[in-house]
Design a protein around this ligand. Sequence first.
Ligand SMILES: [Zn+2]
Length: 360
Amino acid sequence: MQLLLSTLLAASVVSGRSVLEYRATPQVYSSCINDNDIALTFDDGPYIYLRNISDQFTAANAKATFFMNGNNWDCIYNPDRISDVKYAYAAGHMIGSHTWSHGDLSTFSSDQIEDGMYRVEEAFSRILGIKPAFMRPPYGDTNSNVQTIAAGRGQSLALWDQDTGDADGNTVAQSEAVYNAVAKAKPKNALILQHETEETTATTLVPYAIKLFQGEGYNLVTLAECLGVDPYQAIGVPQAQSDAWTCDGTPAPGKGCGGSITCETGTPLFSSAAGSSTSGAPTAPSSGANGGTSSTASLPNAAVSPAATSGGSTPAPSDSNTGSHTSSPSATPSGKTGGARALTVPAGALAGVIGLMMLL
Ligand SMILES: [Zn+2]
């Protein structure tokens, strides 16, 4: 009996893992996978330096990754921000979720976590017509609940293995020293954290990093490229702008829903093709359970999330130069193993095992 159960468990996990790899089941990544790739990632926008950073990467035949908020340094529905987000996306850079308000998810209730993911997913769906496959938790602070909820929304968590400290008070020279140390160590790859909201990052660190790493022979690619997966769960079409595109009545920077702000815990409207909007229900085979990635026929492997509103307010950002942005990513998520990939037990395999155990 014991042996039989063990055998069944092993078989289930093995078959589950193959399913996992096929679907790119959400995981936690703190480093790249592919050799010779460096992913430079920029958090906390969209903000006024986004277009400049996008252009520098494009001019260098390189790609950047932007983890965006809905309501942090600016409102993503500010007309200038909408334009910039579309611009960076059209240039081929990767867009990921950094949640709506940049609140610390490890202190949020489950509904507040869902809401923080939903609102920015909604903004991405509206502005770009995409479902992100990656979410970077603000401050790198996460826990098993955050990971489970992100996975339920089809999103992997993206951390980092090198931090320039550009939003934590590091001088330009100190941040450059981080790049220099990486170049000197000659790692097979690197996943580096910067912030698009810092002027000196845009004007000084970006050109420095591009020149340094390309000079060392690295490919500057998006996070998805250095992992070998798709950046989005699905790509549809942008929606027509309306008065609903506002940051008014949404959680302020650093805050969660609650009180007068209803928590949004569903799946935002997604337009998979001109004229056909859905409530977010997968257009292709449902992957079922709460591990579901709503992949489409054109994007078989992907992970991730939602978006938000408009307005023109310029709220005080929830992080930035307060020195609060960094927490050691290497200390994080439960379930994360030493390597780049965390072992995630597929929901399907788990259900199968439980079912078998009940039968036995
Ligand atoms: Zn951040």
